[in-house]
Design a protein around this ligand. Structure first.
Ligand SMILES: [Zn+2]
Length: 99
């Protein structure tokens, strides 16, 4: 690899870095917008009769726990890959709703 090749590689990775920065900025802006939308939806929901902050948090916790459960095998408790329909440790089949 001569000096020209090195120079070319450095300028290529520089432009890749600029692209990555732009992509991260776009994603950050999107996340900020989504947060705002979720906040407004939550406020609208909580202003309705029958909905409470506690109920919201309880449901959120349940969903987070369910998500964590989905990533572990029901039989042996080891981590399950999203790529496989069976546990690679004990061959337990993934529940059909999670396929
Ligand atoms: Zn298993």
């Amino acid at each position: 690899m001569d000096f020209h090749d090195v120079e070319k590689k450095v300028s290529q990775s520089g432009s890749e870095l600029v692209e990555l920065h732009a992509a991260v900025r776009q994603l950050q802006a999107r996340v900020d917008r989504h947060s705002l939308v979720i906040q407004v939806l939550k406020e609208m929901l909580l202003s309705q009769a029958g909905f409470s902050e506690d109920g919201f948090l309880e449901r959120l916790e349940r969903t987070v726990a369910q998500k964590a459960d989905d990533k572990t095998c029901r039989k042996c408790g080891k981590a399950m890959s999203a790529k496989h329909n069976r546990c690679i440790y004990c061959a337990e089949q993934r529940p059909p709703e999670l396929l």
